[in-house]
Design a protein around this ligand. Structure first.
Ligand SMILES: NC(=O)c1ccc[n+]([C@@H]2O[C@H](COP(=O)([O-])OP(=O)(O)OC[C@H]3O[C@@H](n4cnc5c(N)ncnc54)[C@H](O)[C@@H]3O)[C@@H](O)[C@H]2O)c1
Length: 380
């Protein structure tokens, strides 16, 4: 598979990870990213607690997810219930908070606005109020934000003019006009997202709530002197993503359908651009962010640095599972963005971030995980 562009750098020498003898709270720690991050923090000596309500849309099997490391202390709790936070902070005062708990259905959020706002926005505010009530200020926070906050992002037309498209109309989509044109009608291409330069422009309720999380945490951390790192993640994939949640994880869905030898239905003309980043690379970015130098609030984009098209990944998975050739159906989904990728230069420079897993190798880890799923856990 040839990436659309490749701004990956030669792997930087791995930074020595210092020991981390701290108490780390991972909200949403039983989920896909939390379960991948926790073993790395445990290996560095951290005491890790996962606070999670085992959301039924994500966790369909009974008991704790098998991927949750046995060294992680699990505390059931709902971020929208103030008394759950209060009870937690009575016995566990974290130096580090990794905030992952969220409602994550981008398309779903448009018809479940209150649910997304309650968990993502109010849930974050309740966390902060509970810390104040417990008279505890963590040394640092890490927020998993999303590339969704950029919406369609910035585009540049053939004359070099940079513009922010106002979305695609139903008439345009019906006509199969997939790409945006500049204000004078010239063809245009999407620019990679770059924090600090690309203006956020949420086009889903989910995206709006992720941006609100950034603002809430940023205001609070500035006031209380905590360090905050915001990582705006592109599309994360890899072993461990919920295979039953229909609202997230296009690659997990494609892999599951291909394994069932079903033909994939590819939307638009198949040339939708995404930057798929492997969950282990994301966990390594998070680990580095927790050890970063400097105080205050910093925001970074985290992707693979090598965007690809939906058609390319679909064909790759279909071949891998000997499924029929995918069908480019020309259908479309309201609220989908045409292109998403990011510039990882700042994360590379400040965090030593160097994604190591190519899309081909990453898809293989995903495919194998579906062929050989871990045993279900009876719980602990
Ligand atoms: N996976 C991606 O592609 C991606 C991309 C960008 C940003 N993110 C962000 O990363 C974070 C983690 O995502 P993930 O992929 O691990 O998702 P996930 O759904 O696998 O994990 C989220 C966890 O949060 C828990 N949770 C949900 N609602 C809760 C509530 N009310 N109280 C307590 N726990 C609750 C769920 O049970 C789940 O274990 C999210 O904040 C998401 O917005 C993910």
């Amino acid at each position: 598979m040839t990436p659309r562009s490749d701004n990956r750098r030669p792997a930087a020498p791995a930074r020595m990870a210092p020991p981390m003898t701290e108490r780390v709270l991972i909200s949403g720690g039983a989920g896909f990213i939390g379960c991948t991050l926790a073993p790395r923090l445990l290996a560095r000596g951290a005491e890790v607690l996962a606070f999670d309500n085992l959301h039924p849309q994500v966790h369909t099997s009974p008991g704790l997810p098998p991927r949750l490391h046995p060294g992680v202390r699990f505390v059931p709790g709902d971020v929208t219930v103030a008394s759950n936070w209060a009870a937690l902070f009575k016995f566990f005062q974290p130096e580090v908070v990794v905030h992952l708990a969220a409602e994550t259905g981008t398309g779903q959020s448009l018809t479940a606005a209150n649910r997304h706002a309650a968990v993502n926005v109010s849930g974050t505010a309740l966390l902060l109020d509970a810390l104040v009530a417990a008279r505890h200020v963590p040394r640092q926070f890490l927020l998993a934000s999303s590339r969704a906050i950029y919406g369609d992002g910035a585009w540049r037309d053939e004359s070099g003019h940079v513009f922010y498209p106002a979305g695609r109309s139903r008439a345009q989509l019906d006509e199969g006009e997939w790409d945006f044109r500049g204000p004078t009608g010239l063809p245009a291409t999407a620019l990679p997202h770059r924090a600090g330069t690309t203006i956020p422009n949420p086009i889903s309720v989910y995206a709006a709530t992720k941006l609100a999380q950034e603002h809430l945490l940023s205001a609070w951390c500035r006031a209380f002197g905590s360090r905050l790192t915001v990582l705006r993640l592109q599309n994360v994939y890899g072993p461990g993503q919920s295979v039953t949640n229909p609202y997230t994880g296009v690659l997990t869905l494609f892999a599951r359908l291909s394994r069932e030898r079903r033909a994939l239905d590819i939307y638009e003309d198949g040339e939708i651009i995404r930057d798929f980043v492997h969950v282990e690379d994301v966990a390594s970015a998070m680990e580095s962010a927790l050890g970063r130098e400097g105080e205050g609030v910093r925001t970074y984009d985290v992707g693979s640095g090598a965007p690809t098209t939906i058609a390319a990944v679909a064909r790759h998975l279909a071949r891998r599972f000997e499924a029929p050739e995918p069908i480019v159906s020309g259908r479309f989904r309201d609220g989908d963005v045409r292109a998403a990728s990011c510039d990882i230069t700042a994360a590379a420079r400040d965090l030593g971030y160097a994604p190591r897993i190519s899309i081909e190798a990453g898809l293989e880890t995903l495919a194998r995980s579906l062929e050989d799923p871990p045993p279900t856990s009876p719980g602990r």
